[in-house]
Ligand binder design. Structure first.
Ligand code: GDP
Length: 448
């Protein structure tokens, strides 16, 4: 493979920058442009060693750098790789990169280092995809999901299911070819029970995709409650700013205001909405209908009720509209009243929003509600591609179940199971086309 190079650090001035060179000429090119202070030649350096020295373009010295050598296959890409760490000036770094190009390297395409790691068997495709998630993770929960994927947890689980399918296919093949008696695992009820259990695992895995989105992108959260209950004050408590206008005139918040806030290990994508009440005011009623739309898409409802007023029938009715969403009752204005919150089967956080400083109580509730979303195994589909393949595999297994139930030809069922197993293998990048691989890595940044 040709030798590629790119700047792997951000395109901005910084303390240091790093240029990565990978391929069979990486060592030769580095040797031509680098002079070590201790006069050791790059060609003589062992893997995992570094040297301090100067990079020059042949005319003049460009910078003092540290150069690290990785020898194939013990590198990120699996190829000979050299990393040059220089001072982090944008112009300076680009001059060094240009010098590397002039000595024979070619510009790396987006994600090409990781693509080579995949092609050289250093990472599976789902592990390679997780690298972008690792880079983009902006909360503890998002980082955890990316790390689980990087450890290959999804792949292991999918391989387990694919192995079960292959075992069934071997038994089917045996029966189709030679056997006069049906092997016990292919008795119809045993077979359909087995396939149903595989399908359940696949559907559960696909359901976790949504949970993963919540952990990675943030929990879509709406603040609901009657006008004046204190929603805007709760929003300001969570954001730590006066983002929402707080007044004691009912109906002040007339549109949906969104903010991204970190609570404990989670990110909340918060929408403060118009208070929910019957109104003749046109603008306010648009706000209220937007509030209901936000509710439709919400992963979490923070329902704010005024402890000083107590729980009204209207509150109870509105809370019923939240059924099907994770809901937390925010029992607000506790500085004005000692009234205990009503007994309800949902978690309650008691606060006085205008005075409250800590979000620990809410963070603990969120951990209870969302902390187990990754499931015990931590295997979560990371993206549409993986989720779609799981859904397709599930469809193929269900078609196999139908064939088994209707006593259809066994070879048709064999084809269904083969199809399902191949979808699952595709998640890890086995038997995938170049288009699939290019599609995955085109979403990466240059230098990764
Ligand atoms: P919203 O209509 O639900 O958004 O309610 P606001 O946040 O605008 O609050 C309505 C009124 O209640 C304002 O005058 C707030 O200052 C007041 N308020 C909100 N939370 C508290 C609280 O915890 N204690 C007290 N005493 N007043 C509060």
């Amino acid at each position: 493979m040709n030798t590629i190079a790119a700047i792997s650090t951000p395109d901005a001035a910084g303390g240091i920058a790093m240029i990565r060179i990978s391929g069979e000429d990486a060592i030769r090119i580095s040797d031509e442009i680098f002079t070590a202070a201790n006069h050791v030649k790059v060609t003589e350096m062992r893997g995992y060693t570094c040297a301090y020295g100067t990079v020059s373009d042949g005319q003049e010295a460009l910078d003092d750098v540290v150069l690290t050598v990785f020898r194939a296959p013990h590198s990120y890409t699996g190829e000979d790789t050299v990393e040059i760490t220089c001072h982090g000036g944008i112009y300076l770094t680009k001059r060094i990169l240009m010098t590397v190009y002039l000595h024979g390297a070619e510009p790396a395409a987006p994600g090409e280092f990781t693509k080579r790691a995949f092609l050289n068997g250093k990472l599976t495709l789902s592990q390679a995809e997780s690298v972008m998630d690792l880079i983009q993770a902006d909360s503890a929960s998002a980082l955890r999901v990316a790390q689980y994927a990087k450890e290959g947890r999804l792949g292991r689980e999918m391989r387990g299911i694919s192995d079960e399918l292959v075992d069934l296919m071997s038994a089917l093949a045996y029966w189709l070819d030679d056997a006069e008696e049906c092997p016990p695992e292919l008795e119809r009820t045993t077979l359909t029970a087995k396939l149903n259990s595989i399908d359940t695992k696949l559907r559960e895995m696909s359901a976790r995709y949504q949970d993963g989105l919540v952990l990675r992108n943030g929990i879509r959260t709406v603040l609901l409650g009657k006008p004046n209950a204190g929603k805007s004050s709760v929003m300001n408590w969570l954001c730590g700013t006066n983002r929402s206008i707080v007044t004691d005139i009912a109906g002040t918040t007339r549109d949906v205001i969104t903010e991204q806030v970190k609570i404990g290990e989670f990110t909340l994508l918060l929408s403060d909405t118009a208070g929910l009440r019957e109104t003749d005011n046109t603008i306010e009623s648009i706000g209220i209908s937007q509030a209901y739309q936000a509710l439709d898409q919400a992963d979490l409802v923070l329902y704010v009720a005024d402890a000083n007023v107590g729980m009204t029938d209207e509150d109870t009715e509105l809370l019923e509209k939240c059924a099907g969403h994770h809901t937390v009752l925010i029992w607000n204005k506790t500085d004005l009243s000692d009234a205990a919150p009503p007994e309800m089967p949902i978690p309650v956080v008691q606060i006085a929003a205008i005075y409250e400083k800590s979000t620990e109580q809410l963070a603990a509730v969120l951990k209870d509600l969302f902390g187990q979303s990754a499931g015990a195994s931590g295997a979560i589909p990371l993206n549409e591609r993986q989720n779609l393949l799981i859904l397709r595999a599930s469809e193929a297994v269900r078609s196999g179940i139908e064939a088994a139930e209707s006593g259809n030809e066994l070879d048709m069922m064999y084809a269904d199971l083969e199809m399902a197993a191949s979808y699952l293998r595709e998640i890890e990048g086995e038997d995938v086309t170049d288009d699939v691989i290019d599609g995955v890595f085109s979403k990466f940044c240059v230098g990764k």
